[in-house]
Write a protein that binds this ligand. Structure first.
Ligand SMILES: Cc1cc2nc3c(=O)[nH]c(=O)nc-3n(C[C@H](O)[C@H](O)[C@H](O)COP(=O)(O)O)c2cc1C
Length: 187
């Protein structure tokens, strides 16, 4: 297969879209994040990379907490909106219905089926971004979305970003930790 070299940039791969929430000066604020990832499954540790200029960053630094919310495809307009306007000049607190865990630490979004409350444990400073690393201390799921102990993707309908296009999940392509077993026997 012939390769062509592209202008150097972050390689295209689908990004899971999440909405991060934080209290900024006591008020709920939300921002859309593609640069989200899991750093450790057990214990659960996640990161978001947020540009230093973003209003939400001040709240995360101030309170030491942020939330991760996985929006369903039906929330694509509100999700995009939270990534277009800043809490610095637009009040985004009413865009979603907030709920809190055991304490009022960071707002989670009732309309998103998957939610996590994260305690900031480390901030990695890149030239333009704060990478917030957080321990997941509380995890919530809409009861109706539970299947075999995990979220059912047909019900949670997470969004992926590829280029400038929001995508839904496609068909299953194989079973993890099982699809490769056929090759193990051959070698
Ligand atoms: C689909 C999408 C993905 C985004 N991903 C990121 C991201 O990973 N990191 C980031 O710093 N900003 C990202 N943004 C931009 C912020 O969400 C946006 O600038 C937001 O308005 C900042 O809000 P705030 O100033 O209220 O914190 C994204 C925006 C969109 C629409």
């Amino acid at each position: 297969m012939e390769k062509i070299q592209l202008h150097t940039q972050a390689p295209a791969a689908p990004l899971p879209i999440v909405i991060a929430g934080a209290l900024v000066q006591g008020k709920e604020n939300y921002l859309t994040i593609g640069a989200y990832g899991i750093m450790s499954i057990q214990p659960p540790v996640v990161y978001i990379s947020s540009m230093k200029a973003h209003y939400t960053n001040a709240g995360i630094k101030e309170t030491g907490y942020f939330s991760i919310n996985v929006p369903p495809a039906g929330l694509v307009r509100k999700t995009d909106y939270c990534g277009l306007v800043s809490g610095r000049d637009t009040d985004k607190s009413g865009v979603f219905t907030p709920f809190y865990g055991k304490k009022k630490l960071a707002p989670m979004i009732r309309e998103c089926p998957v939610n996590a409350l994260c305690k900031l444990v480390k901030t990695v400073e890149l030239p333009n971004n704060d990478v917030f690393i957080g321990d997941v201390i509380e995890y919530y799921l809409d009861k109706s979305c539970l299947a075999d102990g995990i979220p059912d993707p047909k019900k949670t309908e997470p969004l992926l970003l590829y280029g400038h296009s929001y995508r839904r999940l496609g068909r299953a392509a194989g079973t993890a930790f099982a699809a490769g077993k056929a090759l193990m026997k051959k070698r």
